[in-house]
Design a binder for this molecule. Sequence first.
Ligand code: AP5
Length: 216
Amino acid sequence: MLRAVLLGPPGAGKGTQAAKVIEKYNVPHISTGDIFRANIKEGTELGKKAQGYINEGKLVPDELVVDLVTDRLQQDDCKDGFLLDGFPRTILQAEQLDEFLSKNGQKLDIVLNFKVRKDVLVERISGRRVCKACGASFHVVNVPPKKEGICDRCGGELIQRKDDNRETVENRINVYESETAVLIGYYEKQGVLVDFDGEKSHEEVFADVVKAIEAK
Ligand code: AP5
């Protein structure tokens, strides 16, 4: 049983750690960014509405995000836990998540907060490659795939995300600082926040994450 949120700026390693956490704890990975990208790929109404915001590095409006997540949390596979990645991102989203959980007699066990300096974030994001098929995340230098351009997990093609160009990355980091970083204090007050040095290697970060989850 694990109900957790991954918090941190773009490029902090949320997706990288999510893949390891869900494998170890067997909970569904709910990434709002992945859900939006899948909708954009499929050309759905939601995808059309979200695309412009995402390409400019802005947040998608709260009203398009909250129902999406709370609907997902009502599915059977979330009964015994979940890992939220990229949600909540505003105080309003966090309050609505709390409201939803408390109505269902649930609460968050832990919020994992990854701290990484801005110049490191930019370097990581510009070197990131993601699998077109399964979404797995790699880095050309730090986390290289075994075979260049090919996903280790499923053999799919590795590509660069549209919002991973330098200008959009700067916007995304600014938006994180102005709208999302305030959640650190929000969850600190609830006593569920744990900070991690996200600049350690991804294996070391994961070891720290497991220790913190076990301690809860
Ligand atoms: P989203 O998909 O959530 O993107 P993000 O938060 O910007 O985060 P990233 O996916 O860029 O980074 P990450 O922390 O997962 O890092 P990763 O593990 O890949 O959101 C995209 C957009 O959707 C938003 O801009 C917004 O428009 C919209 N959106 C989504 N949710 C929303 C919401 N709730 N409300 C409103 N709008 C929303 O790692 C990065 C790179 O570093 C990789 O190459 C990786 O291999 C490498 N790396 C990872 N860990 C390490 C390490 N320890 N050492 C060295 N390299 C590492």
